[in-house]
Design a binder for this molecule. Structure first.
Ligand code: 1PW
Length: 215
């Protein structure tokens, strides 16, 4: 049932899916990347309805990528590396301004990639936080250091308002459903290097191909 599914939610499992993202030669499987994002969206939704505006866009982006994977050229969308190669070689990416390919896989995944950096920075703050640390402040700091630079004023404003109503650290840890605060900290210590590696590999790939500013 849906209720049982929700009850089983545990952030450790979500972060573990990022483990399965990397192939032996360090390529990033899009299907697993998306599975990780699905879990993050479930987590966001469990924090309250204010976060549905944030998760909605992630859901849209996930769906665009799923459609590519299930489409007739799906085999090219196995990894981020194969997607970049395929879309660039076939002129399927709007490089300078939005035109005939406004929803390329490359630009869509770039949005999730930038949001992953936010997550990484936020979870790192959470990991090293103390009992009286404010989740809203940690979340806002992580946002300002990463995603905010890519968002227009309205979105920054709305995001700032959402952060203000984030539950406090104890509730936040409970929703994660990992165990005691000590277990949360240990879990984050395990998961963060993996998320960071997936982020770095994607960042380097995009940088090599000059794709970090795709419209
Ligand atoms: C507490 C855990 C945090 C996990 C990160 C959650 C994902 C953050 C998504 C923020 C989305 C805010 C509203 C949407 C803005 C879009 O305009 C923007 N999308 C993203 C993912 O940054 C850019 O996409 P666009 O408009 O160029 O298609």
């Amino acid at each position: 049932s849906v209720a049982a599914e929700e009850q089983k939610f545990c952030l450790r499992e979500v972060l573990d899916t990022f483990k399965s993202c990397l192939s032996e030669n360090k390529e990033v499987y899009i299907e697993h990347y998306i599975a990780g994002w699905r879990g993050l969206v479930r987590f966001l939704n469990s924090l309250g309805s204010v976060f549905s505006f944030i998760s909605k866009d992630a859901v849209n982006k996930i769906q665009i990528l799923v459609n590519y994977i299930n489409g007739e050229n799906g085999s090219h969308y196995a990894t981020i590396q194969s997607m970049v190669k395929y879309e660039l070689e076939n002129g399927l990416v709007d490089l300078n301004k939005r035109g005939s390919h406004p929803e390329s896989g490359c630009r869509t995944l770039l949005r999730l990639h930038r949001a992953l950096r936010w997550l990484e920075l936020f979870l790192e703050r959470l990991r090293t936080s103390t009992e009286d640390s404010k989740t809203s402040v940690m979340c806002a700091e992580a946002y300002n250091e990463s995603l905010a630079q890519h968002h227009p004023w309205v979105v920054r404003k709305a995001a700032g308002m959402a952060f203000c109503v984030l539950p406090g650290r104890p509730t936040f840890f409970e929703v994660m459903n990992v165990g005691t605060p000590e277990q949360v900290v240990a879990m984050l210590g395990d998961a963060l290097p993996l998320i960071s590696e997936v982020y770095q590999i994607t960042e380097e790939l995009y940088s090599q191909h000059n794709l970090l500013q795709l419209p």
